[in-house]
Design a protein around this ligand. Structure first.
Ligand SMILES: C[S@@+](CC[C@H](N)C(=O)[O-])C[C@H]1O[C@@H](n2cnc3c(N)ncnc32)[C@H](O)[C@@H]1O
Length: 204
């Protein structure tokens, strides 16, 4: 299995994400940044090239750690004032702790059973877990070729990612937790959930 080209280069990743999200590109990061208090410690899992940190949390003086499978995405985080680590989120070891734990546009990588990674995020968060996930996707397109491109574009090196969430399946997945707030963001393409980690129980 080979990693999709979109995950091999930070500039290419950004270019493709900008093309996919159009004028809503910045809003998807801004919506998350607004949920993060100044001075908080932040763990961003599946951080990609850490655009959230380098552009949208710049003025918030956060203590930021980004984890991702791709070394090319996390290698330069130290030079930007954060910390980056190569980490496979499928590993069962506990995650570094932080006030706020974020995962954006990545929960589908853990289908069909995202509960273990959500539990590890809840255990790592001292305050909130923020999950923002696409609910409208190329990979769900009725046009076969578009759907196939969507699936192939998002192989992190462990195989094509065929499954995606809809709003209904995402709501059902996260409903067992203490959800404080939900919002549709990025023109309705993603749904954001703020989960109170202090009140949420881990499910087996
Ligand atoms: C669509 S990108 C989202 C990146 C970033 N959160 C954003 O919204 O810009 C998904 C990211 O998840 C990472 N990823 C996929 N599976 C992973 C795993 N098992 N462990 C760590 N990172 C993973 C990929 O390398 C990629 O950077």
């Amino acid at each position: 299995m080979s990693t999709s080209v979109i995950y091999k280069s930070a500039p290419l990743y950004e270019l493709i994400m900008r093309a996919l999200y159009g004028r809503h590109y910045g809003a998807r990061y801004q919506a998350i940044a607004e949920q993060i208090p100044t001075g908080a410690s932040v763990l961003d899992v599946c951080c990609g090239p850490a655009v959230l940190f380098s552009r949208y949390l710049r003025d918030k003086k956060v203590d930021y750690i980004g984890l991702d499978l791709q070394e090319g995405f996390v290698a330069k985080l130290g030079a930007q004032g954060g910390r980056g680590q190569v980490w496979d989120l499928r590993d069962e070891r506990p995650l570094p702790t932080a006030d706020i734990v974020v995962m954006q546009a990545s929960l589908y990588h853990f289908l069909p059973d995202p509960a273990p990674v959500i539990n590890r995020m809840l255990q790592a968060a001292r305050q909130n877990v923020i999950i923002a996930e696409p609910i409208r996707n190329m990979a769900q397109s009725n046009i076969r070729i578009v759907a196939a491109i969507g699936r192939r574009m998002t192989d992190p090196g462990s195989g094509e990612q065929a499954s995606r969430f809809t709003e209904t399946t995402l709501d059902a997945c996260l409903a067992v937790n203490e959800v404080k707030e939900t919002q549709l963001i990025a023109g309705g393409r993603e749904k954001l959930y703020v989960i109170d980690a202090t009140k949420s129980v881990s499910t087996p």
